[in-house]
Design a protein around this ligand. Sequence first.
Ligand SMILES: NC(=O)c1ccc[n+]([C@@H]2O[C@H](COP(=O)([O-])OP(=O)(O)OC[C@H]3O[C@@H](n4cnc5c(N)ncnc54)[C@H](OP(=O)(O)O)[C@@H]3O)[C@@H](O)[C@H]2O)c1
Length: 256
Amino acid sequence: MPTTLITGASSGIGLELTKLFAASGDNVVLVARSEDKLNDLAANVRSQHDITATVIPADLSTPDAVDHLSDQLRDRSLEIDTLVNNAGFGMLGKFSEMSADRQTNMLMVNVVALTRLTRKLLPGMLKRKTGGVLNVGSIAAYQAGPNMAVYYASKAYVLSFTEALREEVAGSGLHITCLEPGATETGFGEDSGMGSLDMFASQTMTAEVVAKAGYQGYRSNEDIVIPGWKNRLMVTGTSFLPRFATRKMVGKMQGA
Ligand SMILES: NC(=O)c1ccc[n+]([C@@H]2O[C@H](COP(=O)([O-])OP(=O)(O)OC[C@H]3O[C@@H](n4cnc5c(N)ncnc54)[C@H](OP(=O)(O)O)[C@@H]3O)[C@@H](O)[C@H]2O)c1
């Protein structure tokens, strides 16, 4: 039975991805800070499928979180076939006025933990010639985001990193996919402050639909999955415009 580790499994897209991997027969390892939510989800998927579900609570913004997580995997003799780097958060506001600690935590979760966890788990996957990595980025990756500078830059990193990794392991049998959601109905909207923006509220998709697109894209080893035709149109349109125009447009929509 393959095992899939999902970060940010306690809610939203990560929770829906967990259900999909569990339904396919994968054992799951669930990671996030909210231990109670993870325990509820683990009990739920165990009761519905003939799989194991392991909960490892972790705050991925802390420097030793990934080492601690990998120690826990070793102690429980858990080999990870698929890594889903989904945990992440954003924050609307001017760079110079935002909490510097929260910005650093964002980079730790969205960028550093994603990178370190991949570095820890990829060699085993390469050795076994099976499994892969599904990273959750965002359509924010395709342009700069005034009033949300760190978040957009963190998601540009996720896309670039995932694409490069895919080329490095080409021919190994591993699947490497980047899921790039647009506005999605999860805790993200309220948590980031984006939920009240027209550009967000007017075109949200459900977490279930977004997760399904990402899951299927990963299984068929697509490089980049952008769920929803409006999101795909927006990304395509962006590629034809000069960067100064797209950043001005996004800045206006985000009240910069
Ligand atoms: N919703 C959108 O509109 C949207 C659009 C594009 C991309 N995305 C991306 O989709 C991914 C999932 O977000 P979502 O929309 O499903 O939002 P969500 O419902 O708020 O879920 C975020 C997940 O990340 C986890 N997380 C946050 N900080 C963490 C930390 N310090 N340590 C460990 N886990 C942490 C949360 O768990 P705990 O709070 O329990 O720790 C939660 O499970 C994120 O990477 C986000 O950037 C979302």
